[in-house]
Design a protein around this ligand. Structure first.
Ligand code: G6P
Length: 469
């Protein structure tokens, strides 16, 4: 396999090994966002194939060279489920669930980050650009810089970066900052994330920051500049529009409504089953509206798609139990033989089916307690080629910075959430149209292509700057 001019490094490969030894698209927003970019540039992608102890040689899929990284069962438990998803994930999502700080997990995180860095170093052509992704690999930028000073290194952080007061809990807070600062450009979802990061760097490392530039001291006593700023991620809007235009997808949307007894209103939630998504808050608000008689089960159905995620991490096991108990309580209390309050799907569906669901839903509920961006909000908007439907959007999702015409809510405020639900359900068509057109313009103009181009342009500018220095 030849060495590539663009190497993406992410915890997951774009495809996961499934039970039958086949491959399927990996979960989550990161892969959805990046795949079209790498395909276009014919780059290489270094990542884990999603199962323990899988030793696979590099192979090519759709013009992307895939470089699989093997993780032992112990490393999956300590680096992935442990440090990534039971330490960093809850800490960076404002401690919604308590992070666990375990030294053996940190040791595994260092070891596995080194393995990713080594694979990236051997996949990159001289002077190549390497683009590292997300919180599982925060040490890779500096490890890579040590091994290959010729490379231009970018890092994009897909999840929130917390305020200093929370970040400073991390026992390895300096090492993680130093790891990230190995990059020439560090991208965040929101301006606030970049600000939090710069504040942590100032307070913990005492480096100078000026606008988006951070002055990082080098071994020779000089310094170099790392750029840290917001590049809000997006979706392949054209692909969603194309799907929404297909007659068979539109027919499927009608069929979905009919199969539910053609209720007047269909509400929809689509999330990985994660405690950051505010699923419980949304169920609470909906359950109260039913019990107060402000909504009737004959008129309204909530479809909640909750795709399975991180099923061996305790906090996720508990969350699933709570959600499923709440769903069955609400259904038990309010269902009739002909109507169901909540259709709960603990499943993953192909994109066509998701677009049909988006088209079938009058109201989309995004009630995250904290979310880097939330691409589901953007997918819903892009799919609504009919300029109908209402998006309820948490102010704690990164998407709220851009999607100002959504109905904004604080999901912790259950009464406000109930009010927003009622307002969405009763919203006249003309107002839906006005809001949806403005939302769609935002998403269509700022699509995934613009995102990747602006990040790669910033990296290219950093490369030229280094050459001139
Ligand atoms: C979020 C993260 C991704 C992650 C995805 C799915 O989108 O930002 O880095 O891949 O969730 O989570 P998983 O743990 O299954 O990879």
């Amino acid at each position: 396999m030849s060495r590539a001019d663009l190497v993406v490094v992410a915890n997951r490969l774009p495809v996961d090994r499934d039970d039958d030894g086949g491959w399927r698209t990996s979960p989550g927003g990161l892969v959805t966002a990046l795949e079209p970019v790498v395909r276009r540039t014919r780059g290489a992608w270094v990542g884990w194939p999603g199962r323990a102890d899988l030793q696979i040689d590099p192979f090519t899929v759709d013009g992307i060279d895939l470089v699989p990284i093997a993780l032992s069962a112990d490393e999956v438990a300590s680096y992935y489920e442990g440090f990534s998803n039971d330490t960093i994930w809850p800490l960076y999502h404002d401690v919604i669930s308590a992070p666990r700080y375990r030294r053996v997990w940190w040791d595994a995180y260092v070891r596995v980050n080194r393995r990713f860095a080594e694979a990236a170093a051997s996949s990159a052509a001289p002077g190549a650009t390497v683009w590292v992704h997300d919180y599982q690999l925060q040490l890779v930028p500096s490890l890579l810089r040590e091994a290959r000073p010729d490379l231009t290194i970018g890092y994009f952080h897909h999840i929130p970066f917390p305020a200093y007061g929370l970040y400073s809990q991390l026992p390895w807070r300096r090492q993680v900052l130093e790891g990230l600062l190995g990059a020439d450009v560090i991208g965040f979802q929101r301006v606030a994330d970049a600000g939090n990061f710069a504040a942590c760097v100032r307070r913990l490392l005492h480096y100078e920051t000026k606008a988006s530039g951070i002055r990082v001291p080098t071994a020779d006593g000089g310094s170099r500049t790392t750029l840290a700023r917001a590049f809000p991620i997006s979706i392949d809007a054209a692909a969603y529009i194309e799907l929404a235009q297909r007659p068979e997808v539109q027919a499927r949307a009608r069929e979905i409504r009919e199969s539910m007894g053609s209720p007047r209103t269909v509400l929809l939630g689509v999330d990985r089953l994660d405690y950051t998504k505010g699923i419980r808050h949304r169920l609470k608000a909906y359950g109260e509206l039913l019990s107060e008689g402000r909504l009737q089960v004959e008129d309204v159905t909530l479809v909640q798609v909750a795709s399975p995620s991180r099923e061996r991490v305790d906090a996720y096991v508990q969350l699933r139990d709570e959600i499923e108990q709440t769903v069955s309580r609400i259904n038990g209390d309010f269902d009739t033989l002909g109507h169901t309050a909540i259709r709960y799907l603990h499943q993953t569906h192909p994109r066509e089916e998701m677009v049909a669901l988006y088209l079938a839903a009058d109201v989309m509920l995004v009630t995250a307690l904290r979310d880097g961006m939330n691409l589901v909000a953007k997918e819903y908007v892009a799919s609504r080629i009919d300029n109908r439907g209402v998006l309820i959007l948490s102010e704690f999702a990164g998407a709220a910075d851009e999607l100002g015409m959504a109905l904004r809510v604080n999901p912790h405020d259950i009464d406000a959430l109930k009010q927003a639900l009622m307002r969405a359900i009763e919203m006249p068509g003309a107002e839906q149209g006005r809001r949806m057109r403005a939302l769609r313009r935002r998403v269509v103009d700022n699509d995934i292509d613009l995102w990747s181009r602006s990040f790669l342009d910033a990296l290219e500018a950093a490369r030229r700057h280094k050459e001139d220095a």
